[in-house]
Design a protein around this ligand. Structure first.
Ligand SMILES: Cc1ncc(COP(=O)(O)O)c(C=O)c1O
Length: 375
């Protein structure tokens, strides 16, 4: 059965089409060109730091870990509730991931759980070198507290801001809050280049090295010479042209996502749904509206997803917490992560595309109400 109402489909139009055709006609059909330069310049202006576009958010995470010299034998602390690409990047560099639990309000990395995890590390004689913190579904994580805790042990903090372009924290933009950040422009994100991402950093040396690696580590010689392994991670000029059109509308997109969220909240809170709480002085881009369903023995997220599916509406489970994944590079600790499982079991992602019409959102809300009436 195909969906009529999708979770977070791309929302592109004439602006993106025209920019794409312009790039095509200019024959800059390569991972170089004016659209790419313009896209990066606008990202830089939006976030307030050096930004280089790459082929995916996952590639960006990989480059950032490499820039911080994280490699075999190292340990990286990671948000437990995140998309698996966060920990995949840790494996790419041969390091191991240690999972940190989430708080029950924002579902982001919990500073108390971080302290507990660091105590466990001390007991085990493990010294983590870096921490990857996800701004989950666009909600800014408690970065100041996390930075303060990590500073005591010289732990580098990297933001996984894949879902958080346009979100802000105490006036700073997600992507410019720590020692480097990754963005994603995958098809489902707040802006898309079909597939794509970016590295963000204030460290000039890291910036140059990440660009060098992303461009096949070509030495600056008149012939082909490589003294390091490179990666083909650059974004295409054509993709960047689409991204440029999208990025120009970022403010409107954030406003639309937030209004979609508010409408769900107003309609579903009275039924007992609970939403990610936005901390003071933070603004989430509300990339996806996610909620915990009411506690009710007769209801489950899987059933509700199936019920909506029969109506042509796409809803999904939250990211499965990483401690549920049988990946060999995830370190087993004695940290209690059962709260994250509770969030997962009751969590649902609702259709939140910026192209969602009022009528379609009404259908989603009425569909959810009908499910509860059917129990
Ligand atoms: C939290 C998080 N990290 C990393 C990624 C990876 O980004 P990409 O799909 O662009 O590789 C995504 C999204 O897909 C994500 O949601």
């Amino acid at each position: 059965m195909s969906f009529r109402i999708h979770l977070s489909p791309p929302d592109v139009g004439a602006t993106e089409r025209n920019l794409l055709l312009e790039a095509f006609d200019s024959n800059w059909i390569a991972p170089f060109g004016p659209a790419l330069n313009e896209f990066e310049a606008l990202l830089n202006e939006t976030i307030g730091t050096n930004v280089s576009a790459v082929s995916s958010g996952t590639a960006a995470l990989h480059l950032l870990l490499k820039a911080h010299n994280i490699g075999a034998g190292d340990y990286v602390l990671c948000s437990n509730i995140t998309f698996a690409a966060t920990v995949f990047a840790v494996d790419y560099v041969g390091a191991k991931a240690i999972l940190v639990g989430s708080d029950s309000q924002t579902w982001n990395m919990c500073p108390d759980s971080l302290e507990e995890t660091l105590n466990w590390c001390r007991k085990e004689g493990i010294t983590p070198k870096a921490l990857l913190v996800t701004h989950l579904y666009g909600m800014p994580a408690d970065i100041f507290t996390i930075l303060e805790i990590c500073k005591k042990q010289d732990i580098v903090v990297i933001e996984d801001a894949a879902e958080a372009l346009g979100s802000s924290y105490f006036g700073g933009m997600c992507g410019n809050l720590a020692h480097g950040a990754a963005l994603s422009f995958n098809g489902n994100k707040i802006i898309t280049t079909s597939s794509g991402g970016a590295v963000c950093t204030n460290n000039e040396d890291h910036f140059e090295r990440m660009k060098f690696w992303a461009n096949q580590a070509k030495d600056n010689t008149p012939f082909y010479m490589h003294h390091e392994t490179g990666y083909n991670y650059r974004l295409s000029n054509l993709s960047a042209a689409v991204g440029l059109g999208q990025l120009k509308a970022l403010e409107e997109k954030v406003a639309k996502k937030r209004s979609i969220f508010e409408r769900y909240q107003n309609a579903l809170e009275p039924l007992g749904f609970q939403f990610q709480e936005e901390p003071e002085l933070c603004e989430s881009n509300r990339w996806l509206t996610v909620a915990l369903i009411p506690e009710n023995e007769k209801a489950s997220v899987s059933d509700l997803i199936e019920y909506l599916k029969a109506l042509g509406i796409e809803a999904r489970h939250l990211w499965t917490p990483m401690h549920m994944m049988p990946l060999p590079y995830l370190v087993k600790t004695d940290i209690d992560l059962s709260g994250d499982l509770d969030i997962f079991v009751r969590g649902i992602c609702l259709p939140s595309g910026t192209g969602l019409t009022n009528e379609h959102q009404t259908e989603v809300i009425e569909g959810i109400k009908a499910y509860y009436q059917s129990l």
